[in-house]
Design a protein around this ligand. Sequence first.
Ligand SMILES: Cc1cc2nc3c(=O)[nH]c(=O)nc-3n(C[C@H](O)[C@H](O)[C@H](O)COP(=O)(O)OP(=O)(O)OC[C@H]3O[C@@H](n4cnc5c(N)ncnc54)[C@H](O)[C@@H]3O)c2cc1C
Length: 374
Amino acid sequence: MERVDVVIVGAGIVGLAIASEVARGDRDLYVLEKEQGYGQAASSRNSEVVHAGIYYPKGSLKAELCVRANPMIYRICEEKGIPHKVLGKIIVANGEEEVRQLEAIFKSARECGARGLEIIDSDRVHELEPRVRADAAILSPTTGIVDAHGLMDHFYREARRKSGGDPLVLDTEVVGIGQSGDGYAVDVVSGGEPFSVEAGVVINSAGLLADRVAEMAGIDIDEAGYRIHWCKGDYFSLTGKPPARMLVYPPPPLGGASLGIHTVPDLAGRIKFGPNAYYVDEINYRVESELEPFWRDIVRYLPVVRKEDLHPDMSGIRAKLQAPGDPVRDFVIRHEEDKGYPGFINLIGIESPGLTAAPAIAEMVAAMVDEILD
Ligand SMILES: Cc1cc2nc3c(=O)[nH]c(=O)nc-3n(C[C@H](O)[C@H](O)[C@H](O)COP(=O)(O)OP(=O)(O)OC[C@H]3O[C@@H](n4cnc5c(N)ncnc54)[C@H](O)[C@@H]3O)c2cc1C
């Protein structure tokens, strides 16, 4: 059986970012991806927002990695010419209850280290975005948008450059993982043919299916709290002139499944709204939401938006550890040595802000790999 140093399962933005950090000329590396191309799941079905780290509990990996990665993303984009815009964002509040909610978010975000935040009054909101209705808002100047595919292309190029070859193997689904000697035998079906490869380190970055990949290795995912709950979000595009230039968000709905239906400007200057949040038990990307409640959420802060100008656009599915009604969960990024799986690294529940956090996640995982292999 062929033996390599590292196998990464999944070529979304996280797997590719990890590959770009882990790759070295003296390391054999495979990135195994079941689809015909990279980044076709969550990494190409999201808002492409570079988050500032506003919403996440202090001390969480989500907060820490997002705050660290926000300037990293912009640095990579500047250096490599990847399209992006630092548009800034406002989270708007209407009514006393929402203003109180906003103040609590502001305090917690500052404690987490989110940069440049300000609370602004309705006059300032009006100056920035005349069509937005708000009694107050949090202004986040470092929130922006990015070409997620441009970022993935960059990470893939870096992985190839550093490894001196092409580590990506497409159309290759991991179907079994067993401990073998001082590593793992990874069984795959590649282009319809079964084969196996042995790896010293396995990195599970399989997004929506990461719990299944952990289970293949023998981990009891219910005992570990690793079961993923798929939570879909639909988007509606808006025809006509965008009513706002910045990213405009409501306060996050209670329950923590989403950040609320917000403006999603793209790099071409068009605008969508979304995503909402509802749990599903199959992966399909049809827009299934009704327009009426979606539109009602929008007109609370952007009353000029007409229902007839909104059209079903796209959807994405979040890999949530949080089951319906449960409290918010953090990313799991862990070397599972203490569970009896030395050399096995799990990344589970990498929902938002996973796109933003990818370069910081990659550094964290690369440090684990160095510790295992060096
Ligand atoms: C609606 C929505 C909006 C979002 N908005 C934002 C945002 O604005 N900003 C932000 O920072 N984050 C956002 N996110 C989160 C972000 O998109 C994800 O955190 C990120 O894309 C996760 O990347 P990933 O590589 O872990 O997963 P994925 O992109 O899902 O990649 C996992 C890969 O693993 C492959 N795979 C699975 N099982 C196997 C197997 N057995 N063998 C081989 N390959 C396998 C899959 O085919 C897939 O390509 C959003 C997510 C959603 C769903």
